[in-house]
Design a binder for this molecule. Structure first.
Ligand SMILES: Cc1ncc(COP(=O)(O)O)c(C=O)c1O
Length: 408
């Protein structure tokens, strides 16, 4: 995951020259996204394929950069499905998500999706009924919430314990019986997404090995013939210690060993979100004020968690860079802090509008820019944009430098 802070800083400085208001912007580095997505695909051994979970960031320039490089997109709502089909009529799609409506399932059947990930016995029943009415056969993956004793927890668990996601293991026999009986359903495989924020490559390979062992047992016990296993997304980004990121090379090598040790494994499909787009995005805020109160230094900047909810949502202090800006329009001394420890807040009327805390800074002045990296996934797209009706940030996309033939 390459950060190109200098390139980004150059563009932000150029934008400041024309700014009439304090700057607040998202900047996406599409060249870095191109390189990173290619590196991820290249690291996966034969028999593995990468889908992109668009919930992380569904902006069109992002999707256009990724579409030629990944095997397809994973969409988790009717809205995402319609959005992708409008702009990418032939990209392979997986339709997933909890709480699907009949209208969404019908849309999936009409949109020629690769797979529908079913979340419950009742959803399976509805899908069979809808498929029969439409005279279609739905390609099904059963999402299972698998109990795995000893599973090391991350900061975001979607399964392996009580959660609303997936089918409980004791309900699986009934689902498989329905699949055998229903003419409108075809079982293609199983789906697991037990966790996000996985930072440990070896642990992730072990988790996938555990999924595959379980699938092998089910295939044997129920006489199933499946063509792939979707092992979810979940590869994490280390916001707390950005120098220590997920070891992609070790992950690829571990998967390679796993496949080599067990010939005949089904195809593995990944549907990663965060790890694909986080590092291509930056959120920039210009400093409006510095305050010292009750012994603490606050930096107040243009924007806030209504644009960039990631730190609050994940409970971390987000790393940032201070980009010095020399222009100072007022006829008085410029407020500044040196060698300080600061909390960075935005413009919202809530103490929860906190983007970084106890963060050391060498120097920060009113008018400088704060640049938050790793803001390309679950950032703008998970934020409550219209709280307080502040203007939305600008969205800028630095173009790819080496578009290949697939883009033309
Ligand atoms: C079912 C499912 N698949 C994939 C993803 C993408 O996960 P990540 O962004 O951690 O890779 C999510 C995220 O919530 C998910 O719920």
């Amino acid at each position: 995951m390459e950060l190109r802070v200098d390139t980004v800083a150059r563009h932000l400085r150029a934008a400041l020259a024309d700014a009439t208001q304090p700057l607040c912007a998202y900047l996406y580095d599409l060249e870095a996204l191109r390189r990173h997505s290619q590196a991820v695909v290249a690291a996966l051994p034969a028999g593995c394929e990468l889908f992109y979970a668009i919930k992380a960031n569904s902006d069109l320039p992002i999707l256009r950069t990724l579409a030629p490089r990944v095997a397809g997109f994973e969409v988790s709502s009717g809205g995402e499905l319609a959005w992708v089909r409008e702009h990418f009529p032939s990209t392979p799609l997986i339709f997933s998500g909890p709480g699907k409506t009949d209208a969404e399932l019908r849309l999936a059947l009409d949109s020629d999706v690769e797979a529908i990930h079913v979340e419950s016995p009742h959803e399976l029943q509805r899908l069979a009924w809808l498929a029969k009415a439409a005279g279609k056969t739905a390609p099904v993956l059963l999402r299972v919430n698998l109990p795995l004793p000893g599973l090391a927890a991350t900061t975001l668990m979607m399964g392996g314990k009580a959660t609303p996601f997936g089918i409980a293991v004791d309900q699986l026999p009934a689902c498989l019986a329905s699949l055998r009986e229903a003419r409108g359903l075809r079982l293609r495989g199983f789906h697991f997404h037990l966790l996000s924020h996985q930072l440990d490559a070896a642990a992730h390979v072990e988790l996938i090995a555990a999924y595959l062992e379980q699938v092998e047992r089910w295939c044997g016990a129920y006489g199933l013939d499946i063509d792939h296993v979707n092992v979810g997304g979940g590869i994490g980004v280390n916001y707390r210690q950005p120098q220590q990121q997920f070891d992609l090379a070790a992950f690829g090598a571990g998967l390679q060993r796993l496949r080599a040790s067990r010939p005949g494994l089904p195809r593995l499909r990944f549907e990663c979100g965060r790890y694909i787009t986080a590092a291509c995005g930056y959120y920039a805020m210009q400093v409006l004020d510095l305050k010292h109160t009750f012994g603490r230094d606050y930096v107040v900047a243009r924007g806030g968690t209504h644009h960039f909810r990631t730190p609050y949502a994940q409970g971390h202090s987000h790393p940032f860079h201070v980009l010095p800006v020399e222009h100072w329009p007022y006829p008085w001394a410029r407020p500044e802090l040196r060698d300080a420890t600061v909390h960075v807040v935005g413009q919202l009327c809530t103490p929860k509008d906190l983007l970084a805390f106890d963060a050391p800074v060498e120097r920060v002045r009113v008018g400088d820019l704060l640049v938050f990296p790793y803001a390309g996934a679950y950032a703008w797209h998970i934020s409550h944009h219209d709280f307080l009706r502040h203007p939305h940030p600008q969205h800028w996309y630095l173009p790819m430098e080496h578009a290949d033939a697939a883009d033309e």
